[in-house]
Design a binder for this molecule. Structure first.
Ligand SMILES: NC(=O)c1ccc[n+]([C@@H]2O[C@H](COP(=O)([O-])OP(=O)(O)OC[C@H]3O[C@@H](n4cnc5c(N)ncnc54)[C@H](OP(=O)(O)O)[C@@H]3O)[C@@H](O)[C@H]2O)c1
Length: 332
């Protein structure tokens, strides 16, 4: 495994991290979840990403149990707050009340005294930014959270947060967690330049397009049984890539991966890691073999001619519109 700084902070993270959205507490049984975490640890992954909302809070519990007994100082545990975790009007968003209640629930479920990174899962247009940032800053001072970051905020929202933090002396954001893959490059034109200048690192999600970039979904055919595209919670999110144009072009990436001696998943993870603003690529897995396959992307260098071949194959199916970085207009 290789390690990178999280943005300009002093925190080192494994350049491939393991995330348990859609899998732990939902798609896969606890035994499989634990085996995936163990495979991640065996392969040198030290950074683990989850969220209060995953599997209705069960994913944090599963991760807490799976990491029990591992030396805490050897792990970086990331979680998030924003999406609803209960039926009440205050069980969501980035108010002082919800953030404070949610971090306590996360720490309990994860069986830890602190999380290394606490992330605002989306932008909350119903809470003053000062209230959110002050609450984050208080959690840092209390030692419950070591660093703060955001997820899927647009460049304007990140810039406003940094300005307030600088004016008020609050702890600064160190990271952003966006979707990023060969197919989804919407952060490149606005967010990455801002974050490079301001010292935030990207912790990118769905680097293999939720499985699409493995090439296992064939155009014109039913998805393989047991894959995310057949999962009741997973199928909606993956559907944006499940069309024949995308799937046909992805098949055409296979010779590129083969020429490099890489699996398709390794090529996809290696691709996001070529961007120096990426601190870590968060991989998901429903089976431990997938973790063992995907981690081999660590440290792989892709030359300019390979990147060009990929661009030539994918062509117009690549999404680049920065306006696609969106949070709900009002709280969910
Ligand atoms: N901040 C956010 O809003 C946000 C949103 C989404 C995700 N995330 C984070 O990012 C993490 C990763 O997201 P993701 O799970 O979508 O990432 P991903 O790595 O793009 O997709 C993972 C899925 O692809 C399939 N797969 C992985 N490796 C494979 C291989 N070698 N061969 C065949 N299939 C393979 C598996 O699904 P099947 O076996 O079921 O097909 C696996 O669960 C999440 O766990 C979460 O921590 C954050």
């Amino acid at each position: 495994m290789e390690f990178r700084h999280l943005g300009r902070s002093g925190l080192m993270v494994s350049e491939i991290s393991y995330g348990n959205w859609l899998t732990h507490g939902s798609q896969v049984e606890e035994d499989a979840a634990k085996q995936c975490v163990q495979a991640a640890l065996d392969e040198g992954i030290t950074t683990f990403d989850t969220a209060d909302v995953y599997a209705g809070t069960k994913a944090e519990e599963v991760l807490g149990r799976a990491l029990k007994g591992v030396r805490r100082e050897s792990l970086e545990i990331f979680t998030k707050v924003y999406w609803p975790t209960g039926p009440g009007k205050n069980d969501r968003g980035l108010s002082r009340k919800h953030i404070t209640e949610s971090i306590h629930g996360s720490l309990r479920r994860l069986q830890t005294d602190y999380v290394d990174l606490y992330q605002a899962h989306r932008f909350d247009s119903e809470t003053p930014l000062e209230e959110t940032l002050k609450t984050f800053d208080d959690l840092v001072r209390q030692g419950k959270v070591l660093y703060v970051g955001v997820s899927e905020w647009n460049a304007d929202q990140i810039a406003r947060a940094l300005k307030i933090a600088d004016e008020m002396g609050f702890d600064r954001l160190v990271s952003n967690q966006p979707q990023y893959s060969m197919l989804w490059r919407v952060i490149e034109s606005e967010i990455v330049p801002l974050c490079e200048q301001e010292g935030l690192g990207q912790i990118v999600w769905s680097p293999i397009g939720q499985g699409v970039l493995t090439g296992k979904y064939l155009p014109g055919q039913q998805p393989p049984e047991g894959s995310r595209a057949t999962d009741k919670s997973g199928s909606a999110m993956i559907s944006r890539f499940m069309n024949d144009d995308v799937l046909t072009r992805v098949q055409e990436l296979k010779p590129i991966a083969a020429d490099l001696g890489l699996s398709m998943a390794q090529l996809a993870v290696a691709w996001v890691l070529q961007n120096p603003n990426v601190s870590s690529a968060i991989i998901g897995a429903s089976r431990p073999e997938q973790v063992r396959d995907n981690v081999k992307a660590a440290g792989v260098k892709l030359e300019a001619d390979v990147l060009k071949r990929i661009d030539d194959v994918l062509g117009s199916v690549v999404e680049r519109d920065p306006a696609k970085t969106q949070s709900p207009a009002s709280r969910p």
